[in-house]
Design a protein around this ligand. Structure first.
Ligand SMILES: Nc1ncnc2c1ncn2[C@@H]1O[C@H](COP(=O)(O)OP(=O)(O)O)[C@@H](O)[C@H]1O
Ligand SMILES: [Mg+2]
Length: 273
């Protein structure tokens, strides 16, 4: 873990030099009003989810997992402060490779943000090759994001509220094989604009594909204000981290999650930034 920490520290110093982190100037976010929130809630179908499935999938709807809730609250606070300071509201979540925790981090961060009364969150599954957010929620949607992008289905047709106030989800469904093309297409730009303008959530979180497998994440990065990088303890190598940071050069990395950290205290995850 030490070597990764050192690499992260160096990366953070680089980011600081580029002026991305300014915790001091926290200010009110311009984007959200109660009216926007109410709009989302009256228009979006509410899906009743199975709490056992959520629990099994580590989706933190219940408040009794103190350790996990605390870890995500800490992550939420850090992300929120940095986004607020910059007036940002769109966040991509990615990682070097698959399976490192992008989707679970996106979901639990979205939940944690939405628990704050002054926040509303739209969570979008853009891992078009391996959409999984609906599975974490134990919900089989009729259509997904790819149908909006390829078949011009209106976004409002796919959105659902998973029973938690102030959280709306745009799920994926089946996997698509031309995802780089879709993510780089002009339709993508209008889709993101539609999300930003029609659903004025304070935060929009995009669960992206991994950086090193394809150029999908790179193709999408111009559409978001900032990126959260998830790396896996004892799995992500220094070289992979270096390569990932190079690929993401020019994007605002809002923080890094060292996920599935093995520590003596037995925590099964740990946030390091
Ligand atoms: N912090 C964590 N602690 C324990 N298991 C985790 C953690 N983060 C992710 N996982 C598990 O790792 C697997 C991959 O996570 P996922 O978020 O789907 O990865 P990705 O979206 O990056 O492919 C899932 O089984 C998930 O439940
Ligand atoms: Mg995923």
């Amino acid at each position: 873990m030490e070597r990764i920490k050192q690499a992260l520290t160096r990366a953070r110093e680089e980011q600081n030099k580029r002026g991305n982190f300014t915790l001091a100037e926290v200010k009110e976010h311009p984007a959200s009003t109660t009216t926007d929130l109410e709009y989302d809630y009256t228009q979006t179908k509410v899906v009743e989810l199975n709490s056992k499935v959520l629990h099994k999938n580590r989706v933190l709807f219940d408040k009794d997992n103190d350790r996990a809730n605390t870890a995500y609250k800490l992550l939420r606070t850090q992300v929120e402060q940095r986004m607020l300071a910059k007036g940002w509201n769109t966040l991509a979540v990615t990682s070097p490779s698959p399976g490192q925790g992008k989707s679970l981090t996106s979901i639990n961060l979205a939940i944690s943000l939405a628990r704050s009364k002054h926040n509303s969150v739209l969570l979008v599954d853009l891992d078009l090759r391996r959409p999984s957010i609906h599975r974490y929620f134990g919900y089989e949607p009729e259509n997904g994001v790819a149908d909006c992008l390829s078949n011009d289905l209106p976004v409002s047709e796919i959105l659902f509220n998973p029973g938690l106030e102030r959280l709306v989800v745009a799920p994926g469904k089946q996997s698509v094989y031309n995802s780089s093309e879709i993510l780089a297409s002009p339709r993508m730009g209008s889709f993101v604009n539609e999300l930003k303008n029609r659903y004025k959530s304070r935060y929009i979180i995009f669960d992206l594909p991994p950086v090193l497998a394809t150029d999908d994440a790179m193709a999408f990065s111009p559409y978001v204000d900032a990126t959260l990088l998830v790396i896996e303890d004892e799995v992500t190598t220094n070289d992979q981290l270096k390569q990932t940071l190079q690929m993401l050069e020019g994007t605002n990395i809002v923080g890094t999650v060292l996920n599935k950290a093995k520590s003596n205290s037995g925590n099964y995850y740990y946030y390091y930034n």
